[in-house]
Ligand binder design. Structure first.
Ligand code: NAG
Ligand code: NAG
Ligand code: NAG
Ligand code: NAG
Ligand code: NAG
Length: 645
């Protein structure tokens, strides 16, 4: 079978802002991509007769049979042609015919005799091949995000996330594989569609859409996004209507059943977003749940991959030396697992944080250093610290970061500024941290597992919004240095038991650490500090104490005494504690993905539906275990566990 080798004649045209879309008489001829195979049909005259015949057949099916989807083939001569046309179901047949005509013209722009090609518009797509392969999905997925951010206060991002997940779940179950929804958000609505080729199996459609869905999550909270895999699936959302309201489909019946498998974790009913009653089903069919088996980074997109990344800014060593007054102790902000961090003031007055990585034999890993730094410097999210650039001179490897005026969260919880955060601020930190981690795990080009989430790694900006630091660094250290740390890079009290005990690393290890940090934020108690519990006099560290209180229905006992009970909503606090306990469950598979945590935090009235199972309690007769925690200097588990309380 001839494999399609798509030559990138890809036209990713910038969005034009149109206010009037979806009106009758608009075939939506906005070109998203034209791609042509690199192969030529051997017998041109036969090929073109076949191509013309199959396109004519498609046209006839659309116009005379009023079809939105059609396939045709012309195989009686050599150089057969198999063609497929798909029109968005919300368009009229007249508009579909117009879209097909435009596509048939456009697709001839490929060079003469090209034996396979596809063209995608907002309104339709057309494809032809030299073999019949219409039930196969490809990996040439495209994602295009609008460049305007929605007003966060409307909850657009969270609602959008849910809309996309719901569409992904429902569409494969709907006959014809098409769904269009309109979901209210305050001050507007989110319009969204999903569609698969009718030649797909239900599983193919689900695979294809889950891929698009997870890439398009990265567009939120921007006001529009499109993701498509040209051979057969398409998703789009926008705050601007692009179909008429009477074209929407009620997808709720398709959400109630759960997924294809029976591995549904919990069902939440009545999560109110802006008054809309949504049925939220969190099931393990999302791609990141499958991915979590593999601790390796997995490329998420082929086309928009590494070549799209911008290189990091290269700083001169002499400039950084001057900025930090020769790495003066007075400028030192702290010392982390990866090296010391200094405050630096550049010549132009800009203040930065300069991290000098622990030195070692870096020569061997120079390429890797470059590529890792390139990757990390392309991570842009408001809850992640920006890596501005790097410097490598001799044995020195230096990273330059955005400077955070308020330093780290631990100072606000246990340090000098203990007790200064109110509940609203704490809640925002809990939510923002979950968003940052979601981006790292599920929305960036590759999945990045942080491995060392702790309150000391969460920095706060002027508005006390959280920004996660130190992600992606484990691979930057030279072999001899990284050996110990990367096998288990983590800090006592925060590290997931399966990672400490068996070295099993997945996104769910970060979920666990996140749950611990959330408990710290609520209680003001350090995860490793032993606290005397009033009634039975037991000494308890944080997680065990939280679990005991949960079992006794006394969750509010956990709340930091410096918080004024009049300033927080008891139900909200209980909900967040319950979510934290879901995150710290013994079984990694039972813990929610970080995107699910974001959804849970955004939902109300959930408490009765959440049933966390018991965490593993690592024995607390703590002795340092040098092999594992050589770098942290903290005391740690001797790797025994106890399941009893
Ligand atoms: C956003 O896209 C519009 C239309 O393509 C363009 O005119 C505008 O300059 C873009 N804005 C930014 C900030 O990139
Ligand atoms: C193409 O095929 C036709 C019939 O199959 C044949 O008559 C013609 O000579 C072929 N042309 C070429 C260039 O091979
Ligand atoms: C196929 O159609 C194109 C455009 O309609 C036309 O120019 C061409 O001559 C046709 N070729 C054959 C072999 O019919
Ligand atoms: C394809 O050709 C038409 C003219 O035949 C032209 O208007 C259009 O811009 C071309 N498209 C591309 C992508 O080159
Ligand atoms: C849907 O609404 C449009 C106007 O927005 C109208 O022209 C069209 O006939 C309606 N279609 C159906 C099926 O009701």
């Amino acid at each position: 079978m001839v494999q399609l080798k798509v030559v990138a004649l890809t036209l990713l045209v910038l969005w034009s802002w149109r206010n009037f879309e979806g009106a009758v008489g608009d075939p939506q001829l906005y070109l998203l991509t034209l791609e042509c195979s690199g192969f030529m049909a051997p017998n041109l005259s036969n090929f073109y007769q076949n191509l013309n015949a199959s396109l004519a057949d498609l046209r006839a099916q659309v116009t005379s049979q009023s079809r939105h989807f059609a396939t045709a083939q012309s195989t009686s001569r050599t150089d057969p042609v198999y063609a497929m046309f798909q029109c968005r179901n919300y368009l009229s047949i007249t508009d579909c015919a117009t879209c097909l005509a435009a596509a048939a013209t456009e697709i001839r722009n490929c060079s003469v005799g090209t034996n396979g090609a596809h063209v995608v518009y907002d309104g339709c797509f057309l494809r032809y091949e030299s073999t019949d392969s219409f039930n196969q999905i490809s990996s040439s997925s495209h994602t295009l995000c609008g460049n305007q951010t929605a007003d966060e206060s409307t909850g657009y991002g969270a609602v959008g996330q849910q809309v996309l997940m719901d569409l992904q779940i429902a569409t494969p179950k709907i006959s014809g594989y098409f769904a269009a929804t309109k979901t209210q958000v305050s001050g507007g609505a989110i319009y969204a569609v999903a569609q698969c080729a009718e030649t797909f199996t239900q599983d193919n459609c689900l695979d294809c859409l889950s891929n698009e869905q997870s890439s398009m999550q990265g567009c939120l909270p921007n006001t529009n996004g499109r993701a498509f895999d040209p051979p057969g699936c398409f998703m789009r959302y926008s705050e601007t209507p692009f179909f008429a309201d009477n074209q929407t489909i009620d997808i709720s019946p398709f959400l109630k059943q759960g997924g294809v498998g029976s591995n549904k974790k919990w069902v939440i009913i009545g999560c109110g977003f802006g008054g809309a009653l949504l049925v939220v089903i969190l099931i393990s069919l999302f791609p990141w749940n499958r991915r979590s088996q593999s601790p390796k980074r997995t490329p998420r997109r082929s086309i928009m991959g590494a070549t799209d990344l911008n290189g990091p800014t290269k700083y001169r060593y002499s400039d950084l030396k001057a900025a930090t007054k020769n790495f003066n102790e007075k400028n030192k902000l702290g010392e982390g697992g990866f090296g010391a961090v200094y405050k630096g003031t550049m010549k132009n007055g800009k203040v930065v944080a300069v991290k000098k990585l622990i030195s070692g034999d870096f020569n061997k890993v120079d390429d890797e250093f470059e590529s890792e730094v390139t990757l990390i410097s392309n991570v842009h999210h408001r809850n992640l610290v920006r890596l501005l650039g790097c410097c490598s001179e001799g044995q020195e490897r230096i990273l330059v970061y955005q400077y955070m005026a308020n330093t780290s969260l631990d100072k606000f919880l246990f340090g000098k500024r203990k007790g200064s955060l109110n509940w609203k601020q704490r809640y925002d930190i809990i939510l923002g941290t979950a968003r940052g981690l979601t981006y790292l795990h599920e929305e960036f080009h590759v999945s990045i597992i942080h491995r060392d989430i702790k309150s000391g790694n969460i920095l706060l900006d002027e508005q006390l919004q959280p920004k996660i630091s130190d992600f992606g660094l484990a691979k930057l250290l030279p072999e001899d240095q990284s050996h110990v740390r990367t096998r288990v890079a983590g800090t006592l009290g925060y590290t997931a038991p399966e990672y400490v005990l068996h070295g099993q690393l997945s996104e769910k290890a970060d979920t666990y650490s996140y749950g611990i940090v959330a408990l710290e934020i609520i209680s003001g108690q350090k995860s490793t500090d032993v606290k005397v519990v009033d009634d039975d006099g037991d000494e308890e560290y944080l997680l065990r104490r939280a679990w005991k209180l949960y079992e006794r229905g006394m969750l509010l006992e956990l709340v930091d005494k410096s918080l004024d009970p009049n300033n927080y909503d008891a139900e909200e606090v209980k909900k967040v504690i319950a979510i934290a306990l879901l995150c710290t469950q013994a079984s990694a598979a039972m813990r929610p993905a970080m995107s699910e945590v974001v959804v849970l935090l955004n939902c109300n009235n959930l408490l009765e539906h959440m049933r966390p199972s018991m965490p593993i309690f690592i024995e607390s007769n703590l002795r340092p275990h040098r092999d594992i925690f050589a770098s942290t200097g903290s005391s740690t588990s001797n790797a025994t566990t106890s399941n009893s309380i």
